[in-house]
Ligand binder design. Sequence first.
Ligand code: PHE
Length: 445
Amino acid sequence: MENIKRVTFTSKIGVVAAAAGSAVGLGNIWRFPSQTADGGGAIFIFVYIACILFFGIPVMMSEFIIGRSARANTAGAFHILAPGTQWKWIGRLGVLTGFIIMGFYMVVAGWTLIYFLQSITGNLHTVNDFSIHFTNILNDPLKQSVWMIVFSFLTSFFILSGVRKGIEKSAKIFMPILFLLLIILAIRSITLEGAIQGLNFLFKPNMEHVKQTVFLDAMGQAFFSLSIGMGCLITYGSYFNKSINLTKTAVQVSILDTLVAVLSGVIIFPAAFALTSSPDTIVGELVTGGPGLLFITIPELLNQMPASMAWSALFFCLLALAALTSTISLMEVVTVYLFEEYKISRRKSTIFVTLGVIILGIISSYSSVFFNILDMASAKYMLPIGGLFISIFVGWYLKQQLVTAQITNEGKLRFGVGFIKFYIFLLRFIAPIAILSIFVYGLTG
Ligand code: PHE
């Protein structure tokens, strides 16, 4: 059978790097800070971390279990584990979700390329007002489309290079450098004069800004940031070998992902407060600042540093790379689905998917309404719905023996019986009830 000789990642580090590479991306550095500002700072972070613990990690483990036991693409995996049932639709929903996410994510990834080029040519260095600068880019859909297309091709190049050479290698190199740079920037930001207000905003609960949708937003952000709910990690899990500890991997990836998100907050908020000329309006601006936060505040911060051109070139290059390891994981899901389910070559399916993504991306570049619909629909609704069914599938449908065998690597790893019971309990009751109640609460608000 084809799935027996399926390729695997070569090492444990490669596995964590690839999964963390998928998780860490624009979701952490661009989406998390603006969602946090919108959700009232610390309260949002608190709910976010609860989401990671109660259903983030359990759903991530479930995806690994499904992927490694079925050794197939997302839809194929449900088909193999639950033949003759309708579960395959959850896999198909995941593939569709991945496609939709790429439709707006590639546009933002294109912005990172624009900023990168402007930093090496020195253009960014001469900008006086970064909000005007960013607005100008937003008002230039042609430019956005061009760079979105470049980014889509870049992604497809890695997909064509394959699982080991493309996915694993790129993540192993890029992730550590990104982490180091974020730490340097965070230190720089919190040592600015006036930075403390930013830290207060981030870590002190501010009840005034809390909205009823904070739970829904935090849940969506958790799913989006961890890359769960659409089978991305089912696909990656299908490349894990027998010796990978699924629990440990899920915990490590979630910790890394959360650290990067919080670090981004620690870079952006102190800088935003310290560098503003209008301290009275800054909180309001942050709350309405939305997606622009990263592209306005960070270049401003970088411009104030010595050797600013080098720093901003490095930062935007790494941001683009963080986005790239995520777009690679998204494109991989849709591509393997096509080539395994419809038996077309990897090359042909990559070309097909890339063209589809470019069409969505062009519409997103020209219409911010469309862009926002794709963002909201995928993060707030499609991923949590996928996650809900994935937890039900592993908690209720799959045989507990199979789940236990996957978690313990056929009995080779020692986990107390209590641990596995607790995990199944989370999947059966806590995760689905939490996800459903957040939906009901958020939607009736
Ligand atoms: N987790 C990625 C990020 O934070 C985005 C992503 C979502 C990737 C879903 C794959 C699947 O940028």
